[in-house]
Design a protein around this ligand. Sequence first.
Ligand code: GDP
Ligand code: MG
Length: 439
Amino acid sequence: SFQNSLQSALKSLAGKGKLTEANMREGLKLVENSLLEADVSYAVVKDFMASISERALGEKVLLALRPTDQLVGIVRDELINILGPVDPSLHLKANGPTILMLCGLQGSGKTTTCGKLSRLLLNEKQKPFLVAADLQRPAAIEQLHVIGRQLNVRVYSELGAQDPVKVCQDGVRKAKEAGCNVVILDTAGRLAIDKELMDQLIRIDNRVQPDQAYLVVDGMTGQDAVNSAKAFNEALELDGVIMTKLDGDARGGALMSVKQVTGVPIKFLGTGEQLDALEPFRPEGVVGRILGLGDMVGLVDVIKSKVDAEEQKKLQDRLQAGQFTLDDVRKQLMMARSPGLIQKMMMMMPGMGEISKMLQDSNAEKGIGQQIGIIDSMTPAERRNPKIITPARRNRIAKGAGVQAPMVNEVIKMFDIMGPMAKGMAGGNMGTAMKAIEQ
Ligand code: GDP
Ligand code: MG
């Protein structure tokens, strides 16, 4: 029930009121588990957690003030740090065509990304030109032609070609003749990294000398992404990574692993099968997703703007003066209903998952609406002191709010719990608050 959830959530909050080494560890554990769930490689998570604890411990004094804010802030900054720096530029040359080579495992999204990049270039008034250098799969050449026709971009391919190096060289020449300034090479992939694939790519790299070599990685592959990224980077000296398929459920942990292991900048994210589903990479945009803690960018500001500080101060004063009423409960409930906000706040506090879970449940949302309705149906005197509510009045209130009478009792019980609890917290006395709940 609402009451039980609230009770246990407040209980754990009370326990977290002050920083102890133990409760920072709990926050760290939360982050660690979250990263592992996001499929960040174990070694990367281990390093990351070590650096986080080191930094967090250095900020002990500050942490004592706002433990979880501090920790979340440190984790966010460190993640942004690892995922950056940002460089979505394709580094086009002023003279002569810029050659981009896309490589990666089979099915990672190379051919699709050739189309996406072409589209992006067309939007920027550039003249892209595609080269079908995947001779491994017969359908690959036709797939690129389909994309080329869709975008009205020229595609070079050779019928029955054997040597991808020659196709690339011929393609670059044709692109120059056609007056195109960006040549994109769509290379072959394999199901797994093998020597033949790498040798082929190294030959193209040496003989065609692409200006930028990008690795296309399937963002859903998690741990495997690290191994392939490592191998490709050792063979080719990559200039960037494009991670695809981040439109699905993937939490994007591979971004962190790949960046940490290769040091190669992440350039773009693929977020769909359509050719416009390509986004320049922004660390801020993925940190919340990787952590699984929602969008934490500017979170503290959001909270500040929504939760009126003056209102809170007034509430605190009234609590201390023992003037806590159902009107205050109503205000808290209204705040709890403001979309997304409370969940974000809750997520920032380890142990507050209960309320958050409860609010994700749409029944709970409805329940809060009904509770507000019940309070609205009471007289001001009843809101100040619900003890004066007689059985007859209780039925009237229930009728007024369109609920069953026992729900009125629930709200009154909630008040009985929140009142002393809130007084204890306002007075900075967790012990009192805890006792209040335990009664
Ligand atoms: P290649 O073998 O590396 O050239 O991969 P393809 O470009 O042929 O893509 C393989 C499959 O992944 C195709 O079905 C694409 O439509 C799909 N795909 C590519 N990029 C994305 C993406 O960002 N999101 C989703 N959902 N699918 C993608
Ligand atoms: Mg392909």
